[in-house]
Structure formats: C-alpha cells, structure tokens
Design a protein around this ligand. Structure first.
Ligand code: MN
Length: 187
C-alpha cells in the first residue's frame, strides 16, 4: 500500500491554513492523488465556526510528521511547520508568505504568490487543473480569503483577491458585503 500524503498548514492554525489544507486535499483527490487534510494544532473559534457552517469535518491532527509525506500550505518555514517536518518528505508548497528555509531532496511543485490568502492561490490552481469548485469548497475558500484579508480591508489585499472573492461568493451563494457571511464571528 502506498503512503498517504498529508496536506498541512502552519502551527497555531488560522482559518486560511485549515481551509487551504482541506481545499488542496480535495483538489489532489480529484486528480487521483491520495492526499489527506491535516492540522498542526487546535482549531480557533473562527475556524470552528467556518467548518460548522460548511458542514466539514476538522482535518486530522498530525502530532509528528517524522517519515511522513507532506504538502505544505500557507507557510514554508521550519519554525512554523508541524513537529518532525525536517524528517519528513515535502512534496509540494503553496504559500503567500515570504520564502523561508524549507529544503527538499527532490524537485517539487513550489507555488508562492504575494496575494491576500493561500485560498486565493488555490482557487487559481483549481482553474489550472480544470477542476470545478463546488459550493462547499467555494464557501471554505471564501472564508479563508476573507479571514486573512480582514474582509478585503487588509493592506495585503490585491485586486485578484477582490475578483476571486466575488466569484467564490457567487458559487457559494454567500453575501459577504453585508458582513453576515462566511467570515464568521470576527465581525
Ligand atoms: Mn494565509
């Protein structure tokens, strides 16, 4: 039996990190890859609200990644990775932060882009792969995007984030402009 690959975000996970793990695992599964969404710590209340809103199970808690295969989302620095990541095989990185210190033994897919959220990047990767974004995935991605950009008000928000948010809101049938939507109790 081949070994599953864990898709995992940073420690002290926030909403963007958790939903990016879920959305990227779904994307990989749609492509026939054995990927499992994981998390490196406890969910915060906002993320719990979002998963409940979209009726999605919490990713698996991975306490030690030694000898595991990992796809990193929303971070690329060892200081932020799950315990044991230095002894894991990293097979992919998708992130919107500065480039850190993660190294690999083999060539990998490494996608970094200075956008407001990893969710924004993932929306584009669904498009690149020709995989449809269903209502639940759109809701999750929108929640991650709105959380990281403070409902499109953070200085990190780009025009791409605004366009992607509008598109995801249409698919998920959510109104975020009234601040009653998927961003959760932050407002
Ligand atoms: Mn993020």
């Amino acid at each position: 039996m081949s070994q599953s690959t864990y898709v995992i975000g940073h420690q002290q996970p926030d909403t963007d990190t958790i939903i990016s793990a879920i959305a990227n695992a779904r994307l990989k599964q749609a492509q026939g890859i054995d990927a499992v969404a994981a998390r490196a710590g406890e969910l915060n209340p906002e993320t719990e609200f979002v998963l409940d809103r979209w009726d999605v199970e919490s990713p698996t808690l991975l306490e030690d990644a030694t000898d595991e295969k990992l796809m990193l989302v929303d971070h690329n620095e060892y200081s932020q990775t799950v315990a044991g990541a230095r002894e894991a095989t990293i097979t992919e990185v998708i992130d919107h932060h500065r480039i850190g210190d993660v190294t690999t033994g083999d060539p990998i897919f490494f996608h970094a882009e200075p956008l407001g959220s990893t969710a924004t990047i993932l929306t584009g990767l669904y498009d690149d792969a020709g995989v449809d974004i269903d209502e639940s995935t759109a809701g999750l991605l929108l929640s991650g995007l709105l959380s990281d950009t403070v409902v499109l008000r953070s200085p990190t928000t780009t025009d791409t984030d605004r366009e992607v948010a509008e598109r995801l809101a249409e698919i998920a049938d959510v109104d975020y402009e009234g601040r009653q939507g998927a961003a959760g109790p932050k407002e």
